[in-house]
Design a protein around this ligand. Structure first.
Ligand code: ATP
Ligand code: MG
Length: 334
């Protein structure tokens, strides 16, 4: 039976990229009625240093954002990663299965470690093994993610296959990435060659789910574009990454195809398209923001929800981990 798992790092606040590329898909998967497990991956977040008080706040706020966007803790399992130790236990075993060379080829590692990789944390290097463990601790079959995580999901399959092969078992499934929608890679509003990220130092590069209507409108107004009007066909957006990005965002928010958006605004100037986009973004995001702020009034309730989710997650992962320990040859005498 299909089992959906995915996660987002509480390394900042939710962005429009996280919403369109991931969270909106999570809600769809839940509403399709499958088994859905969603995780605030706080252990991943600390691969880059996080202020402890901020991390706690961001984790609660992200949980509130998930619920406000439509994740129902009665239908989906929602929890933070560090409360279910199966993730790090399996990650250690995967550290011993995965190869250094595989990790070194990951573009996220190269991007985040930058030129001074000697100074990056060991955790940042091993990140994809923990991600594989997140998924495979539940034997999840489907993982909705943005386009940037495709490489890590391929690695997850490589790790699963190598584990199965090394131990002569058919144990871990080959997980399918689910990369869907009109905005699987939302780009920075300041630089069409970089993806929008919650950890980008520039707040102007992204729309946050906590932004109010005025700042959303201002950020879209200032978003980088070229001087050309909207083309007549989608083809005309080739080699215009910033323009293409705004069209994709519009399409994803409106539930339209990018081709239909271009057809509707053909020949129009970005000066008039941007206010329409801002209006649409505010209409779609502000109800979520309002609900998220309301939920944040009761942080103890959020903690209770995460605690209950962690118990449910643990109940699925622990028996799988016990089997893994048996397969690997670890004595389990209590
Ligand atoms: P960080 O900068 O800390 O890595 P992030 O914004 O990249 O933060 P992640 O927690 O790494 O967010 O990713 C959570 C999910 O959001 C993943 O499924 C990822 O693919 C998706 N995602 C992240 N950025 C984008 C984006 N710009 N467009 C579409 N999906 C995205
Ligand atoms: Mg990321």
């Amino acid at each position: 039976t299909p089992r959906v798992f995915s996660g987002i790092q509480p390394s900042g606040g939710l962005t429009l990229g996280n919403y369109l590329g991931a969270l909106k898909r999570f809600v769809e998967k839940q509403d399709e009625g499958g088994e859905t497990i969603y995780c605030l991956v706080d252990m991943h977040a600390i691969t880059v240093w996080q202020d402890p008080a901020k991390l706690r706040h961001q984790t609660r706020e992200m949980a509130a954002g998930f619920i406000a966007a439509g994740i129902d803790p009665a239908r989906s399992i929602l929890f933070n990663q560090s409360q279910v130790t199966a993730h790090v236990e399996l990650a250690w075993i995967f550290n011993c299965v995965a190869r250094m060379g595989w990790m070194g080829r990951m573009t996220q590692w190269k991007d985040k470690a930058g030129k001074n990789s000697e100074n990056a944390s060991l955790g940042l290097f091993a990140y994809p093994a923990l991600m594989a463990a997140d998924i495979l601790a539940y034997k999840a079959t489907h993982v909705p993610v943005g386009e940037d995580q495709k490489q890590h999901l391929e690695l997850t399959r490589d790790i699963a296959a190598k584990f199965n092969n090394d131990y002569g078992v058919t144990f871990f499934p080959m997980t399918e990435p689910v990369i869907e929608g009109a905005a699987t890679r939302v780009m920075s509003l300041r630089d069409g060659s970089k993806k929008m990220s919650k950890s980008d130092p520039s707040d102007q590069s992204r729309i946050n789910l906590t932004d109010d209507a005025d700042s959303i409108a201002a950020k879209i107004r200032k978003a980088k574009t070229d001087p050309e009007p909207l083309p007549d066909t989608l083809d005309g957006l080739k080699d215009r990454p910033e323009a293409r990005n705004l069209v994709n965002i519009y399409a994803a928010l409106a539930g339209m195809s990018a081709a239909d958006v271009v057809a509707e605004y053909a020949g129009g100037q970005f000066g008039s398209f941007k206010p329409k986009l801002a209006e649409l973004a505010v209409a779609k995001l502000s109800p979520i923001t309002t609900e998220m702020n309301r939920l944040m009034q009761d942080p103890a309730e959020i903690d209770r929800i995460l605690g209950r989710g962690a118990k449910q997650a643990e109940a699925i992962a622990r028996p799988i981990l016990n089997e893994v320990y048996d397969i690997v040859g670890m004595i389990r005498s209590r």
